[in-house]
Design a protein around this ligand. Structure first.
Ligand SMILES: C[S@@+](CC[C@H](N)C(=O)[O-])C[C@H]1O[C@@H](n2cnc3c(N)ncnc32)[C@H](O)[C@@H]1O
Length: 396
């Protein structure tokens, strides 16, 4: 069994449940702000993971977490592992997670390591740390996953340290292009980041095996987004090879989704877009799962009064309940969906939708996770009032 170390994004819990959902809770272990995944020799598919920034090969568990000892280990061991690398100037970087060391101390250790490598006859440049861990951009810019790159990752894991090497990094340019270059965008319906859309799709799909018909080719899943807006979720599902089905109340949004999917040109097998009110529509075509960012209510740039907030919460709550009831009538027990619904930040913490307390009565069970409390799965930026709570449901 091989193990991969996944360096998680800004909100590590979201990345952790994404991995739990895809690989199963027993295959995933939280290691500080990272995750260790038993991959069974399967490659962790970085391109479809929204919550993982870098993938590393596990090199060793070191039975201590003292920085001086770790530095000594690197100095003594790294030079002898460089023989298999091609000739040329090596680029080496250190990414440190969960240790009480400053970038200055890390740079000093890097310099000591450089000396020991030079003494063994190789030339090397150390990528300087301005933060304890190198950013994704630094990893890419310095070609740390290339033949002459080596980014060593040290993660505090209780009394021990995980030592790993970065082998793949998220393609931030591709995410930015999907986000910013698509022809139709609309700030009014919110800008769902493609990485979050991927997490939503992965949580919706879970570990459902792709069904096979008589041919050897797997029959792709169809992902339905009943509040499809400009189609960010459908774009990401299409890139994962799923058929996509989108509906939205507003004809303009349906046109936007269509234009964005055409622009993406993913080799999607089937793409269907229709106008429809999620609270009452009959979805005519079959679908396998739902992945959606539902109606979020109006955006707020400053904290609203309690009366205004209650009014918005009430509206959103009603739409969500009606949608879930409508869906329950058209799906079978076990049907799975992942929704991003609004949760509002207040000085007392997040205010959650009331409907989430009566899911049982509406006909759904909320999926819990081993690696996170489901109530903590709220994607938010520090200055935002409206966060997005990720809810994974199964029809009872
Ligand atoms: C937050 S946006 C979703 C944005 C979307 N994830 C995207 O990628 O652009 C919510 C969408 O729900 C739609 N909507 C609101 N009420 C609806 C309803 N009852 N049925 C279907 N769509 C609805 C809005 O038109 C809007 O496009």
């Amino acid at each position: 069994m091989s193990k991969s170390i996944c360096i998680l994004g800004r909100q590590p819990l979201l990345g952790l449940v994404e991995l739990e959902s895809l690989f199963g809770p027993d295959k995933v272990r939280a290691v500080g702000q990272a995750a260790e995944v038993d991959t069974d020799d399967r490659i962790v598919p970085l391109d479809r993971l929204g919550g993982t920034q870098k993938i590393c090969k596990l090199l060793a568990y070191l039975p201590y977490n003292n920085w001086r000892q770790l530095e000594k280990h690197l100095i003594e061991n790294v030079p002898q592992h460089l023989d298999f690398l091609p000739d040329g100037k090596l680029k080496l970087g250190l990414s440190v997670h969960g240790f009480n060391v400053t970038p200055r101390q890390i740079n000093a250790s890097g310099l000591a390591l450089k000396k020991s490598i030079k003494a063994s006859g190789r030339s090397v440049r150390i990528v300087p740390n301005t933060t304890a861990a190198l950013s994704t951009a630094q990893t890419i810019h310095n070609n740390m996953t290339g033949p002459l790159g080596m980014e060593l990752v040290l993660i505090a894991d209780g009394g021990q340290t995980v030592l790993a090497q970065v082998i793949a990094v998220q393609n931030i340019a591709a995410y930015a292009a999907r986000d910013q270059a698509r022809p139709k965008r609309d700030a009014r319906v919110g800008m769902l980041p493609p990485k979050l859309a991927q997490i939503i799709v992965n949580l919706a799909i879970g570990r459902i095996k792709e069904t096979t018909n008589n041919s050897t080719k797997p029959h792709p899943l169809t992902v339905l987004d009943p509040f499809c807006g400009t189609g960010v979720i459908l774009q990401e599902a299409a890139l994962m090879g799923c058929n996509v089905y989108g509906t939205d109340l507003e004809p303009r949004m349906v046109e936007y989704s269509e234009a964005n999917l055409d622009w993406l040109g993913a080799r999607t097998i089937k793409q269907l877009l229709r106008v429809g009110d999620a609270t009452s529509t009959q979805w005519e075509e079959p679908f396998s799962v739902i992945a959606s960012e539902t109606y979020l209510g109006r955006p707020f740039s400053a904290e609203p009064s309690i009366e205004v907030l209650h009014g918005v919460m009430q509206d959103v709550d009603t739409i969500l309940r009606k949608f879930l009831r409508n869906l329950a009538g058209q799906t079978s027990p076990g049907f799975r969906l992942c929704l991003a619904v609004p949760a509002w930040k207040t000085p007392q913490g997040f205010k959650h939708l009331k409907a989430l307390d009566s899911l049982d009565e509406i006909g759904y069970t909320r999926q819990s996770f081993v690696h996170a409390n489901e109530r903590e799965l709220v994607y938010h930026r520090p200055n935002q009032i409206v966060g997005r709570e990720l809810v994974v449901l199964q029809r009872k």
